[in-house]
Design a protein around this ligand. Structure first.
Ligand SMILES: Nc1nc2c(ncn2[C@@H]2O[C@H](COP(=O)(O)OP(=O)(O)OP(=O)(O)O)[C@@H](O)[C@H]2O)c(=O)[nH]1
Length: 339
């Protein structure tokens, strides 16, 4: 039997991982396989996904919609080999991905369609930030246009009047999508999963071979059809959006860091869409998860450090015209050794 797939899209920080965690915790009758795609070589999202996913695959070498096509085929093949262990695949795209590019193999490639049915594309939208995002980036528009379901999130942060305007705006961008409204505390997971794309798929499980459903090969001659798709996708680039990764092995003073971050967000954060970090602070048995979206800052406790785990802080910045030296100085100033 072909496996069902849900694609999660939405701009940086909209709430995709939060929704994913709600899905895993609420739909306990379903065993999920999760593909987490992140920009930059370091995975932070995978650490934020609640334990419970049967299979969690991280793809961190680039954005799935433009550079990871061979990787996704390999992952689909591997997951297919383990298909007895899971029921439903969720792909969380990066916040700057064009979901149409990720969906393309599921909609157009017969080998992929034999094993996987794309059931729905859900776009999570940050009610407070979306207007600016739509103005500034093509990616935010592409994500809305391609989705079947739009989850207008963080609605407690805006007024009811503005929410109505926003709904009308989203409907005008994608009149075919169903718009749900909510916050992280009240997602209607069952309703989201009841809704399906209206598409004609012909799944033919008999054609699936025990070795896998695609002929993946690094041999360029054998991999010709896949390479053709890869080169097509390379034309799509998130030209202006860049990422920076900073790491520090010394302990951070979390109170000082929080203060510096708040001042930074008030004064100079316009070109920074997202900051995500795992912070090591001596005296805390757990990782500290630091996140910003727009001008909002969240600092939470994460998983406990494992006894043999390297204790270090890792922070990713995503935005335009990023000033690495300024960020580095801000974080270095908060290292405990400097106090
Ligand atoms: N106030 C509020 N915050 C929310 C809501 N949903 C998510 N958040 C917060 O928004 C921040 C970003 O959420 P994520 O789920 O990590 O967003 P994401 O879309 O996965 O982010 P990227 O993977 O970086 O694109 C976190 O601090 C969440 O706790 C909500 O409904 N209300």
């Amino acid at each position: 039997m072909a496996k069902e797939v849900t694609l999660l899209t939405g701009f940086l920080g909209a709430g995709k991982t939060t929704l994913l965690n709600q899905i895993i915790t609420q739909k306990t009758e379903t065993r999920f396989a999760i593909v987490e795609n992140e920009i930059g070589e370091m995975s932070i999202d995978a650490e934020l996904v609640v334990k419970g996913a049967t299979e969690l695959v991280e793809l961190n070498n680039g954005c799935l919609c433009c550079s990871l096509n061979d990787d996704i085929f390999e992952v689909l093949n591997e997951l297919w080999d383990k298909r007895e262990q899971w029921d439903h695949l969720i792909i969380e795209a990066t916040g700057i991905a064009d979901p149409a590019n990720i969906a393309q193999p599921f909609l157009t490639m017969e080998q992929v369609k034999r094993g996987y049915i794309l059931k729905r594309v859900i776009c999570v939208v940050d009610a407070e930030q979306v207007e600016d995002q739509l103005r500034e980036t093509a990616e935010a528009v592409q994500q809305l246009v391609f989705s079947d379901l739009i989850l207008l999130n963080k609605t407690e942060k805006v007024s009811p009047e503005y929410l109505l305007e926003l709904q009308a705006t989203l409907k005008s961008i994608n009149p075919f999508a169903t718009v749900y409204i909510g916050t992280k505390d009240d997602y209607k997971i069952k309703q989201l999963f009841q809704q399906e794309r209206i598409l004609n798929f012909s799944a033919s499980p008999q054609a699936v071979t025990p070795k896998g459903i695609f002929s993946i090969s690094r041999d360029p001659a054998k991999a010709a059809p896949l390479l053709a798709i890869s080169s097509l996708h390379q034309q799509h680039q998130h030209s202006e959006i860049e990422t920076i990764l900073l790491r520090y092995t010394q302990s951070m003073d979390i109170t000082l860091l929080e203060h510096r971050m708040m001042v930074f967000l008030i004064l100079q954060s316009a070109s920074v869409y997202r900051i995500k970090g795992i912070i090591y602070s001596e005296g805390f048995e757990s990782k500290i998860i630091l996140q910003t979206v727009g001008k909002s800052l969240a600092v939470d406790l994460g998983e406990r450090w494992l006894p043999d785990e390297l204790r270090e802080s890792k922070v990713v910045f995503i935005g335009k015209n990023l000033q690495v030296h300024g960020f580095d100085k801000m974080f270095r100033d908060c290292l405990t050794k400097n106090l």
